[in-house]
Unconditional design. Structure first.
Length: 215
């Protein structure tokens, strides 16, 4: 069976796997973004706290994804739970690092001006500092998403959702007629999803970042 014939006959399953893969990455990115920005907000004013936040989140990336998921299985079981936890932890570093850099890079004179017109600390953060730090934060989100697209494939090891199941099935049946087709379909599917997500982030940046502060 040719690759195109394989895609045609398995189209519905591949679309389902692709949707689950994209959904898992998107949901984990939402959680990672919320946690990452919160960690940055709490730590960016202090040099040691910022360095601790970056070092702590960087530590997760030193653990091989397969090993981390394997360690999580006895604790939370198979399926979605280890996938969500692992992807969220892996997605933190670029967001935390870029958010800290972005917040520290805000012009102090703008913060002083906001303070001078009576803005509270929370108002300055939400209306001045975070909006100006948004471009590097968005860059961190883009980097995290690209990383998680590939790492999410490993989730199939823990019976997680996504295109990794297609890849693992192909690897497990090497030598069979469709083994290469399965691996290729899963791999190309992940590449296409990564490109679509990145295009969406580019559009989001154009809609949310004023032209004057675009890189």
């Amino acid at each position: 069976m040719s690759f195109w014939e394989y895609l045609t006959t398995r189209r519905q399953q591949l679309l389902t796997d692709a949707f689950q893969h994209a959904s898992a990455v998107f949901q984990c990115m939402v959680v990672a973004t919320a946690l990452g920005v919160l960690i940055a907000v709490l730590s960016y004013r202090s040099t040691w706290a910022g360095n601790l936040a970056i070092t702590s989140t960087a530590t997760f990336l030193t653990v091989p994804s397969l090993a981390l998921i394997g360690l999580l299985i006895p604790v939370v079981g198979l399926g979605v739970a280890p996938t969500v936890i692992a992807l969220t932890l892996y997605g933190l570093l670029p967001i935390v690092r870029n958010a800290i850099v972005g917040l520290r890079g805000v012009d102090p004179s703008l913060v002083d001006a906001a303070k001078g017109i009576g803005m509270s600390h929370t108002a300055r953060l939400l209306r001045v500092e975070l909006p100006l730090a948004w471009p590097p934060i968005l860059t961190g989100i883009r980097v995290s998403t690209q990383m998680l697209m590939g790492i999410a494939a490993i989730a199939a090891y823990a019976s997680g959702p996504g295109l990794g199941n297609e890849i693992f099935r192909g690897i497990a049946s090497l030598g069979s007629a469709n083994a290469v087709n399965q691996v290729l379909a899963g791999t190309l599917g992940i590449v296409v999803l990564a490109l679509l997500f990145d295009a969406a982030y580019v559009l989001l940046g154009r809609l949310t970042i004023p032209r004057g502060i675009r890189a």
